[in-house]
Design a binder for this molecule. Sequence first.
Ligand SMILES: NC(=O)c1ccc[n+]([C@@H]2O[C@H](COP(=O)([O-])OP(=O)(O)OC[C@H]3O[C@@H](n4cnc5c(N)ncnc54)[C@H](OP(=O)(O)O)[C@@H]3O)[C@@H](O)[C@H]2O)c1
Length: 328
Amino acid sequence: MPEKIKWGIIGPGKIAEKFAQDLLLVDDAVLYGVASRDANRSADFAKKYRVARAFDSYKAMVTDPEVDIIYVATPHVFHFEQTMLCLRSGKAVLCEKPFGMNAREVKIMTGEARARNLFLMEALWTRFIPGTEKLLELIQKDTIGKIQYVKADFGFLGDGNKESRVYNPDLGAGSLLDIGIYPVYLSLLLLGIPDQIKAVVSFTDTGVDSFCAILFDYLSGEKAFSESSILSNTPIEAFIYGDKGSIKMHSRFHHTEKLTLQLNNNTTETFHCPYIGNGYYHEIKEVMDCLKQGKTESEKMPHSMSLDLILTLDKIREMIGLKYKADD
Ligand SMILES: NC(=O)c1ccc[n+]([C@@H]2O[C@H](COP(=O)([O-])OP(=O)(O)OC[C@H]3O[C@@H](n4cnc5c(N)ncnc54)[C@H](OP(=O)(O)O)[C@@H]3O)[C@@H](O)[C@H]2O)c1
């Protein structure tokens, strides 16, 4: 890889804006290209973020030899097709969450990256946030002892727009894949794959989950409870309880800047863990480090974790009867 790494963005929408702001903060990262189906949209985005090339099709950008890596920032249902387009054109990829609509898609994507020796990672930014790093350090040091229970929620009051990617099943809508993925990921990160899953759900009239409560049960005794909702605003906090004490990941837990450690002897300690930019800086930095070292996977967010995550989400969906066209 060259010293400066040239990025392209597919889908200049809401998350791409925040991502671009952070990309500009990372040393040696160059925001070289942006591609939209709409030439005006890519031109406006390019002007705003000083992007060298605005493309009016995804294909035009993936065939530009100057581009080293592409960030896929479109709604979930397009991740598979667009990641495959990039990989088949020889580009490294950072793809938004959820990586694919189901495990079948994720297996094909990761297989393609491996076969072509190209870097591929799911943009699960939570893993790289300094607050998450501190949490893992505290747990590794046995500060709270053996984890007994993990609890996390993520809910917001949706605007009810049936065409949006939050409600429209053709865009992969629903609370679980959009935001439930964060508490589910936290439980997997801390406890691994559960032995048993139970779930309770409510549906929107567009046929996607508006609320999903999930209980993970482990043969070794641990439990994890995840909640996602587009029916109401919830605290967006996470709690990790061990036999020596607990840790609270303050809101919004998936990019927390504050942890509170509460020990059984009633001592309390607060850790402030500010992130850089909008918080996406840290995942971008990880990708840059991997590319510079010639790695094709991140050790912190490996393909195996993305596969565990999507297999778990598939199981939950099967349980609650939530299907998408990609499953046919
Ligand atoms: N990591 C995070 O914190 C975070 C936060 C929010 C979202 N996300 C993820 O990022 C992805 C994008 O979310 P977003 O809210 O940024 O999306 P968005 O603004 O609604 O759309 C982003 C881009 O996707 C394409 N697109 C949108 N609707 C489309 C449609 N109906 N058909 C075809 N293409 C369409 C458009 O690309 P063109 O310009 O080419 O038309 C648009 O510019 C989702 O998968 C979501 O899970 C992640």
